[in-house]
Design a protein around this ligand. Structure first.
Ligand SMILES: [Zn+2]
Length: 125
């Protein structure tokens, strides 16, 4: 069917189907497109900046938490207020070792072989 339309007529039909814009309109369209591109680029840059800021804030929070915990553990004597009882408790983990920890400052001490009744506190895995 398409092959039966003469070439000249085809060109006329194509020209009619193509919108004709004035130079003024074309300038405006180009400016709109450039504006949209600029907005997209700006949005990407802003998202990247926000991501970097969040990453830096998280790093600072973790550093502060780590420093605060280290300071609290350095201040703690791991005993009750009246200095009568140790605050170090622990459990036997599935590695068969007793893992001591201070219940106030959460300082973990090196694991050791369980003694006496500690053996019965073993956590089953
Ligand atoms: Zn402690």
């Amino acid at each position: 069917m398409e092959e039966q339309i003469p070439k000249a007529e085809k060109a006329q039909l194509a020209a009619a189907a193509t919108p004709q814009y004035s130079d003024e309109t074309m300038k405006m369209l180009v400016q709109l497109m450039l504006g949209e591109q600029a907005e997209k680029i700006q949005a990407k840059q802003e998202a990247k900046a926000r991501h970097l800021l969040t990453k830096e804030e998280t790093r600072k929070m973790v550093a502060k938490f780590t420093a605060d915990r280290a300071a609290a553990q350095a201040r703690c004597n791991h005993t009750s207020e009246d200095n009568r009882f140790t605050l170090i408790r622990g459990q036997v983990h599935n590695d068969g070792m007793h893992h001591p920890i201070c219940v106030r400052c959460l300082k973990e001490f090196p694991p050791r072989r369980p003694l006496g009744e500690e053996i019965e506190t073993a956590v089953s895995s």
